[in-house]
Design a protein around this ligand. Structure first.
Ligand code: F3S
Ligand code: F3S
Ligand code: ZN
Length: 108
């Protein structure tokens, strides 16, 4: 199932991770929720393909280790979402539609 682009109305912010929001529910090791708001990655959908890390022109993503998660044991974290230039490459290349980018959701 792809990321729910309506997550702002269906989820609540439950945490802060490296300066970005985490939208629950979160119960480690699973579910892990959605990281980021302007650049949002559903950690329960991401299967660690890595295309977003390779292709983002401004290097928004970092790997974060998620041991014990049934889909993959690392996820693409939008560590520098404030640098996103809305090129939408990450959205296009993710094979499982784990990423949603919306310029109107800029939080910074
Ligand atoms: Fe990078 Fe995706 Fe933004 S590829 S520039 S994080 S739209
Ligand atoms: Fe994950 Fe998709 Fe990136 S599977 S690592 S969010 S390309
Ligand atoms: Zn994060």
């Amino acid at each position: 199932m792809p990321i729910d682009s309506d997550f702002e109305s269906t989820r609540e912010v439950v945490d802060d991770h490296e300066g970005h929001d985490v939208w629950g529910p979160v119960e480690e090791p699973e579910p892990l929720g959605i990281h980021g708001t302007h650049v949002a990655v559903d950690f329960d959908v991401c299967l660690a393909d890595g295309a977003c890390l390779e292709d983002c022109p401004v290097d928004v993503f970092d790997w974060v280790e998620t041991p014990g998660h049934s889909v993959s044991d690392r996820k693409a974290d939008p560590a520098r979402e404030s640098q996103c230039i809305d090129c939408m490459l990450c959205v296009d290349v993710c094979p499982v539609d784990a990423i949603d980018v919306d310029p109107t959701r800029r939080t910074e």
